[in-house]
Design a protein around this ligand. Structure first.
Ligand code: PEP
Length: 253
C-alpha cells in the first residue's frame, strides 16, 4: 500500500482582493505548524498570485492557479497560460472545476488539452471530476466519472498520470452545505483508483492522490480523511477564513 502525502487545497474562487489575500497568508503563516505528512495548497484569484509568491516560501504552502489556457502564448484575450502560472510561483493548477464546466462550457476535450499543457511545463494539475444530482439519482455516478476520466486523460501516459492529483467533487455537494457521506465518497474514490489502475497500472493508481471536494468543513474533515482512498480535500467556502481552514489542515484521521 503506497503512502500518499495528504493534500489540503483551498479554492478561493472569485473571492479576496490582493490585500485580503496577503492578510490571510500572513495570519496563516503565524499559526501554521510544519507538517511532514500533509501538503497545503492555496488557489487564489490570478491577481493575487504574484503578491503571494514570496510570502508562501518557507511556510509549507504551495500556490495553485484556478484555471489556465492550453496554449503557451497568443491572441487569447483574457486567458492565462501555464508558463505564466509557473512564472508567478504556481506548482499546481485546478482544471475542470464544475463551475468552469457549467458556466464557461468547458468540456473533456478542453480539459485534456489543459492537463497536457500543464504537465509540459511541470505544473501538477488538480483534475476535477464529479456527477450532478440528477446523474447520481439516475444511478449514473460511475459512468459519468469514468467518461470524465477517460476524456480528460486521453493520450496521457502512466508517467504523466502519476503527476496528477484528482479531485472528486460531486456537483450537488459544492457550495450547497450537503456533503457526501464518508462512505459515499469512499465508494467513488475507490472506483476512481480502480479505473486509474486500468488506465495505467496498480503502482501509479496507488500513488495518485484523490481529493474530496464538496462542503468540506472543520466538522466533517476528520471522518472524510479517515477513509482509505480519500487523500485530501479541495475546500471552497470553508477555506476563506484562517481558523476554519487551519482546522481543516489539522485534520485527524
Ligand atoms: C470547490 O469549490 O471546489 C468546493 C468544493 O467548494 P465548497 O467547499 O464551498 O463546497
Amino acid at each position: 500500500m503506497a503512502t500518499r502525502t495528504a493534500c489540503i487545497a483551498a479554492n478561493w474562487k472569485m473571492y479576496k482582493t490582493v490585500g485580503e489575500a496577503v492578510e490571510f497568508v500572513r495570519k496563516l503563516r503565524e499559526k501554521i505548524e510544519t507538517f511532514d505528512d500533509r501538503e497545503v495548497v492555496i488557489a487564489p484569484p490570478f491577481t493575487s498570485l504574484y503578491a503571494l509568491k514570496d510570502l508562501v516560501k518557507g511556510a509549507g504552502i504551495s500556490l495553485a492557479g484556478q484555471n489556465c489556457h492550453w496554449e503557451e502564448k497568443g491572441a487569447f484575450t483574457g486567458e492565462i497560460s501555464p508558463v505564466m502560472l509557473k512564472d508567478v510561483g504556481c506548482s499546481y493548477t485546478i482544471v475542470g472545476h464544475s463551475e468552469r464546466r457549467q458556466y464557461f462550457g468547458e468540456n473533456d476535450e478542453d480539459i485534456n488539452k489543459k492537463l497536457k499543457a500543464l504537465i509540459k511545463v511541470g505544473i501538477k494539475p488538480i483534475f476535477c471530476i464529479g456527477e450532478k444530482l440528477e446523474e447520481r439519482e439516475a444511478g449514473k455516478t460511475f459512468d459519468v466519472v469514468k467518461t470524465q476520466l477517460d476524456g480528460g486523460l486521453k493520450d496521457l501516459d502512466s508517467v504523466d498520470i502519476a503527476k496528477m492529483v484528482v479531485a472528486y467533487e460531486p456537483v450537488w455537494a459544492i457550495g450547497t452545505g450537503k456533503t457526501a457521506s464518508p462512505e459515499q465518497a469512499q465508494e467513488v474514490h475507490a472506483f476512481i483508483r480502480e479505473h486509474l489502475s486500468m488506465l495505467t497500472n496498480k503502482n501509479v493508481a496507488n500513488e495518485v492522490r484523490i481529493l474530496y471536494g464538496g462542503s468540506v468543513k472543520p466538522s466533517n474533515v476528520d471522518s472524510l480523511m479517515s477513509e482509505p482512498d480519500i487523500d485530501g480535500a479541495l475546500v471552497g467556502g470553508a477555506s476563506l477564513e484562517v481558523d476554519s481552514f487551519l482546522r481543516i489542515i489539522r485534520f485527524e484521521a
